[in-house]
Write a protein that binds this ligand. Structure first.
Ligand code: PLP
Length: 387
C-alpha cells in the first residue's frame, strides 16, 4: 500500500455512533434533531463580550500551559461557590480544551499502552475511544438500575487486573441521567483505594442537576486520588468555545496536576487566550443564566417523561444532565433502528449502542432541544414502534 501507515491505535479507534447518525440526519431534509447533547441556548452576552474585549486589547498571545492565572483563580472561586470545595489551590487546576481535553489529559497522565480503565456501561462514547487511541483498554462496568445506577461491586472486582489503573465515574451521567449520592461516591472512593486505583470523575454536567445539587467526588471521597473533569460547554452553553478544566484531589494531587500540565504543554501548548477570558466572565459573572437553563431543562424533562409514559414508552427519569434514556426492548440493533426511524419518521435519536453494549436496546433523546421537537420525537418513535 502506498501513502502513510496510520498507527494501529488510531486505526482501532471507532467512529462515534452518534456522529454517524448525525451525518445521516444532516442529509435528511427537515429532520427533527434530538441526537446531540448540545444546548440550544446562546452563550450569555457578557461572556461573548469578555472574549471580544480580550481579543481587541491584545490578549491574543500564548499563555501558561496549565491556564491563565486569572482563569485558574476563577475556577477555584467557582469550586468554592458551586461545588463545596473551598480550599483548592490554583495549582491543582488545569485549563483544557473542553471536558474532552481534560479527560484526554487525565487518561494520558494515568495510562500506558496496555493499561486498563474501568468505565460505566452505558457511558459516554469517548470514555472508551480515548483509551483505544492511547493503546489502553476501557472495560465497561455494569450499573444496577435498582440501586440508583450504582456499580455492582462483585462484577467490578472481577474486572480489576494487574494493568487496571483507574476507574471513571460520571455524575450527573450521560446518557442515563442518574446522579450518584454522596454515599455512593464515598463507597466508590473507598473501593478505589482498596484496589490502588485513581478515580477520573466526569462532572461535565455538575450544574445541570435537575432535582438536588450534585455532589463533587472529592467532597465525598477526599482521600482518594482523583482527577475531576469539568466543562463550560453545557452549563454556560459554550460547546463551540472548547473550554473545560481538570481539578486534582486526594493524595498526590499536586503531582497529578503537574502531570496534566505536562500533557497540555506537549499537546495543545495552552487553551486559546480569548476563550479563557470568556471563561473567566462565565465563572465569575452573573450566574442567573445557569439557573434559567436548568429550569428550562427541568421543565422539558418533566414534560418529556410524562409524554413518554402517556405514549407507552419506557424512559428513565433523569435526575441530572439533559437526556432521556429510552428502552426499546423489541430492538436488537439500535444503530440500524435509529437510521430506519430517521428515514421513516424524520426523527434523529442517538442509538444506545454508541454508549456501550448495555445500550443495544436503547435510544437517547436529547432534551437540549425545543419542546415541540421533543414532542415530535417521542410521538414519531411511538408511532414507528407501534406502541
Ligand atoms: N463528558 C460527558 C459525559 C459528555 O457528555 C460530554 C459531551 O457530550 C463531554 C464530557 C465533553 O464535552 P466538552 O468537551 O464539550 O466539554
Amino acid at each position: 500500500m502506498t501513502g502513510p501507515r496510520i498507527s494501529a491505535e488510531v486505526t482501532a479507534t471507532p467512529a462515534s455512533g452518534i456522529r454517524a447518525l448525525a451525518n445521516a440526519a444532516w442529509a435528511h431534509p427537515g429532520a427533527v434533531h434530538l441526537e446531540f447533547g448540545e444546548p440550544d441556548f446562546d452563550t450569555p452576552a457578557h461572556v461573548v463580550a469578555a472574549a471580544d474585549a480580550a481579543a481587541r486589547t491584545g490578549q491574543t498571545r500564548y499563555g501558561p500551559s496549565a491556564g491563565l492565572p486569572a482563569m485558574r483563580a476563577a475556577i477555584t472561586e467557582k469550586l468554592a461557590r458551586d461545588n463545596g470545595l473551598p480550599d483548592v489551590e490554583p495549582g491543582r487546576t488545569v485549563v483544557t480544551a473542553g471536558g474532552v481535553g481534560a479527560l484526554t489529559a487525565a487518561y494520558r497522565a494515568l495510562l500506558e499502552p496496555g493499561d486498563e480503565i474501568l468505565v460505566p456501561d452505558p457511558g459516554w462514547t469517548n470514555f472508551t475511544t480515548i483509551a483505544t487511541m492511547l493503546g489502553a483498554t476501557a472495560r465497561g462496568y455494569r450499573l444496577v438500575a435498582a440501586d440508583n445506577f450504582g456499580p455492582d461491586y462483585d462484577h467490578l472486582a472481577s474486572l480489576v487486573g494487574p494493568r487496571t489503573k483507574a476507574i471513571l465515574v460520571n455524575s450527573p451521567a450521560n446518557p442515563v441521567g442518574y446522579q450518584w449520592t454522596a454515599g455512593q461516591l464515598a463507597e466508590l472512593g473507598a473501593w478505589a483505594n482498596r484496589h490502588g486505583l485513581c478515580v477520573v470523575s466526569d462532572e461535565c454536567y455538575d450544574q445541570l442537576w435537575l432535582d438536588e445539587p450534585a455532589t463533587t467526588f472529592t467532597v465525598a471521597a477526599p482521600d482518594t486520588p482523583a482527577v475531576t473533569v469539568f466543562s463550560l460547554s453545557k452549563s454556560y452553553a459554550m460547546t463551540g468555545w472548547r473550554l473545560g478544566y481538570a481539578v486534582t484531589g486526594g493524595p498526590g494531587a499536586d503531582r497529578l496536576a503537574a502531570a496534566l500540565g505536562r500533557v497540555q504543554e506537549a499537546t495543545v501548548s495552552c487553551v486559546s487566550t480569548p476563550t479563557q477570558h470568556a471563561g473567566i466572565a462565565a465563572l465569575t459573572g452573573p450566574q442567573d443564566g445557569v439557573g434559567r437553563m436548568r429550569a428550562a431543562y427541568r421543565q422539558r424533562r418533566d414534560a418529556a417523561v410524562e409524554r413518554a409514559a402517556t405514549l407507552g414508552l419506557d424512559a428513565v427519569r433523569p435526575a441530572g444532565a439533559f437526556y432521556l434514556w429510552l428502552a426499546v426492548p423489541s430492538v436488537t440493533d439500535s444503530a440500524t433502528f435509529a437510521l430506519d426511524l430517521l428515514r421513516d419518521r424524520g426523527v434523529a435519536l442517538a442509538p444506545g449502542i454508541a454508549f456501550g453494549a448495555a445500550g443495544e436496546s436503547r435510544l437517547r433523546l436529547s432534551l437540549a432541544a425545543r419542546s415541540e421537537d421533543i414532542d415530535l420525537g417521542l410521538t414519531g418513535l411511538a408511532g414507528f414502534l407501534g406502541v
